[in-house]
Design a protein around this ligand. Structure first.
Ligand code: IVH
Length: 686
């Protein structure tokens, strides 16, 4: 390379790396893959070695602290890190309390205690102590596996390295929220800017970016703090109550939020919520709501979880923040399921500390309802992580009415509103009818397939997917797994932005995914209504892929056993069940799956606690249950691996009969099925 070319290339590389650094450390949303980033850095270092006199004073190679490549190890959470359901109104909070009483079969007028505390707007972390010493620290990640940021968490003053006091269990995993105070945020951003770096958008991004620094020395300089509020894996109970457990955490050296209180009624909780809302601006750190938790830990245990959130807690969110701006244009995006979604492209505006330039308009009806057009002035709102929305038009800009497309803007195939065969109801969402032949649907589907919660293939981002798709190299998921054997023709290492290392890394990342958990595999397929929660429920129920696939393919009509089995899975609704049936019965999809299975092994899900006395048994509850509600009985039985059925047959193992049991009890006796009382059932399962 000539000196002149080297000079230009070095400048380009320095710029690319600086942008990537800013994104990685600043917004926490890098556009370069790690492999690309590494390749850039290697090229830069090689050129600098060849032309040492061309090294720029501000070259990324001259910066101390930031290591060339960055990856954290993984830590799998023994107890999953869940999210919280949301409540938005006082009514939602009352419903929450009533729902819990119903589930536990408690009288309406019984006093039930709840804790209430601020919902900190930061990022959660898990700290593991063994023998009172901090041994590891992780981010939440996808809830099951997080990043190993032990060295970084150690630098926080509010994270005890050794526990104080006494009475802590040998294994103690404390969870809490890492955040940055408002004052510290301002000071830290001023320093960022003075050092020629981009300012962080808000304290939460700053906290996330600071915790995920490759160099813990940098994290040490960031003003991170942690409030402890819950726990994961523990070798002994912390207390009988939520409040007691959190107070114990304080004695062991953790910071706990001072605004946590115990209440005895929904109205007292709501009152506390309004107090915290009033105090919000003066707290000195960002919060986005109030979290309520059942105080009695034995009751929390009985309540358990629904898919990704506990039944015993809820987040009461603060109302959305609003702003006025203009709509520059209305654009139609086509998603993974073909849904056409109109998006308002806005004149950028800051709402609640974040710059907003897009807002969803949901669908055609919403555009009509709002009467919104390009050029209009609108009021928008943004709540937490929810996509900003347009609430109303405040001034007509005078341009023509938006014409909703009847063809897909990407592939020009007809876009139609589905009609429900049974109800005749017309879906409000218009969808492209071209399936995976539509580039937008195919590309969005691939992005989902390789995303973190699905296949999680490092080095395969949106840009790479688009490039592979456009060159017709990846047209179905199986193609990803043959890239390496096809590489002698493809020669990925010669593509712009790629090199030997990044190509090798990508193939390694793909090969690492040749076996995959059943639930991830199912989720990755991108079936409508099958998010992580439903994918988990299905995997836990069928355990093995083959069993599941055979069962779904055998659904002939709604009278089939396979269909009733699918419909009987707790938490899987009719929409999800139909979507699963339709997806796997579409011949095109069967080919896609057969091809994919030539390259990947699906790992069977673990049978839920098969050491339980009822694992694999079929149970029927009948009569008026007095010790628990039917929902609780069902949830408990399922969590122990039992199947709950609504009717008694020769296949039934146990019938649990309360007072007033009638025909089912009679049938059980006739068939010789074991009948037990509620107390006998409780003895068996506890
Ligand atoms: S309890 C099983 N308490 O909110 C429930 N979470 O939306 C465990 N968060 O992932 C969470 N403040 O990162 C809890 N006082 C608080 C919280 C809190 C913030 C976050 C946490 C969680 C998310 C759920």
């Amino acid at each position: 390379m000539t000196e002149e070319n080297a000079k230009t290339r070095l400048k380009q590389l320095a710029m690319e790396i600086r942008i990537a650094d800013a994104q990685y450390y600043g917004d926490d949303a890098p556009t370069l893959t790690d492999a690309e980033y590494d390749a850039y850095r290697q090229e830069l270092l090689a050129l600098e070695a060849e032309f040492p006199h061309l090294i720029l004073a501000d070259s990324p190679s001259q910066k101390v602290g930031v290591k060339p490549s960055g990856k954290f190890g993984k830590i799998s959470h023994k107890v999953p890190m869940l999210s919280l359901d949301n409540a938005f109104t006082d009514e939602d909070v009352k419903d929450f309390s009533a729902r819990i009483k119903r589930f536990l079969n408690l009288p309406d007028d019984m006093v039930l205690e709840f804790t209430a505390e601020p919902k900190i707007d930061g990022l959660s972390a898990a700290l593991r102590y063994e023998g009172g010493k901090l041994v590891s620290g992780a981010t939440r990640g996808d809830g099951r596996t997080g990043e190993d940021v032990t060295a970084n968490l150690r630098t926080l003053g509010t994270v005890p390295k050794v526990l104080s006091g006494e009475g802590w269990p040998d294994v103690l995993e404390i969870r809490g929220e890492v955040y940055i105070d408002h004052d510290d945020f301002v000071t830290m951003n001023a320093a960022q800017v003075a050092a020629g770096k981009d300012a962080y958008k808000n304290p939460r991004n700053a906290a996330a970016g600071s915790l995920r620094q490759i160099d813990p020395n940098i994290t040490a300089k960031r003003p991170l703090k942690l409030f402890a509020y819950t726990w994961g894996d523990i070798s002994a109970p912390l207390s009988d109550t939520q409040m007691g457990a959190v107070e114990a955490m304080e004695r062991w050296g953790f910071s706990i939020n001072p605004n946590m209180k115990v209440h005895k009624s929904a109205s007292a909780m709501i009152e506390h919520y309004h107090e915290i809302e009033t105090a919000r601006a003066g707290l000195g750190y960002d919060i986005d709501g109030v979290v309520y938790k059942v105080n009695d830990l034995a009751l929390q245990d009985r309540l358990g979880f629904v898919s990704r959130a506990p039944r015993w807690a809820i987040a009461h969110k603060f109302p959305a923040e609003k702003a006025i701006t203009t709509v520059n244009d209305i654009e139609i995006q086509v998603g993974r399921t073909g849904a056409l979604t109109p998006v308002a492209k806005l004149e950028p505006i800051t709402v609640g500390g974040v710059v907003v330039s897009n807002a969803t308009l949901h669908n055609e009806d919403e555009i009509k309802r709002l009467g919104v057009k390009a050029g209009d002035t609108v009021e928008i709102q943004r709540a937490g992580d929810v996509i900003p929305q347009v609430i109303r038009v405040t001034k007509d800009g005078g341009s023509a009415v938006f014409l909703y497309p009847t063809v897909c803007p990407i592939c020009a195939a007809p876009a139609i509103n589905d009609v429900d065969e049974k109800t005749g109801r017309v879906d409000i969402v218009r969808r492209c009818t071209n399936g995976l032949n539509c580039p937008a649907q195919a590309i969005e589907g691939f992005k989902h397939f390789v995303s973190r919660r699905a296949y999680d293939i490092d080095g395969m981002g949106a840009k790479q997917i688009e490039a592979f798709y456009e060159r017709k190299l990846v047209l179905q998921p199986a193609d990803i797994f043959t890239l390496e054997v096809r590489n002698p023709e493809i020669q990925l290492e010669k593509w712009e932005g790629w090199g030997e290392t990044s190509a090798k890394n990508l193939f390694a990342a793909i090969n690492a995914r040749r076996s995959i958990d059943f639930s991830r595999f199912l989720y990755a397929l991108g079936i409508r209504h099958i998010g992580q929660g439903n994918a988990n429920l299905l995997a836990k129920h069928y355990l093995e892929w083959d069993k599941f696939y055979t069962a779904i393919l055998s659904i002939g009509d709604e009278a089939s056993l396979a269909w009733s089995e699918l419909m009987a899975i707790d938490g899987v609704g009719p929409g999800a069940a139909s979507a699963v049936r339709d997806f796997f019965n579409a011949p095109g999809n069967q080919t896609i799956i057969t091809n994919l299975l030539e390259h990947v092994d699906v790992i069977a899900a673990e049978a839920p606690s098969d050491d339980s006395p009822v694992a694999g048994k079929t149970v029927v509850f009948t009569g008026k249950l007095e010790r628990f509600s039917r929902d609780e009985a069902k949830a408990k039985a399922q969590s122990l691996g039992a199947k709950v059925s609504g009717s008694v047959s020769a296949k039934t193992d146990y019938v649990v009969a309360g007072p007033g049991a009638g025909s089912k009890l009679k049938k059980a006796t006739e068939l010789g099925v074991k009948v037990m009382s509620e107390d006998e059932w409780l003895d068996l399962v506890n």
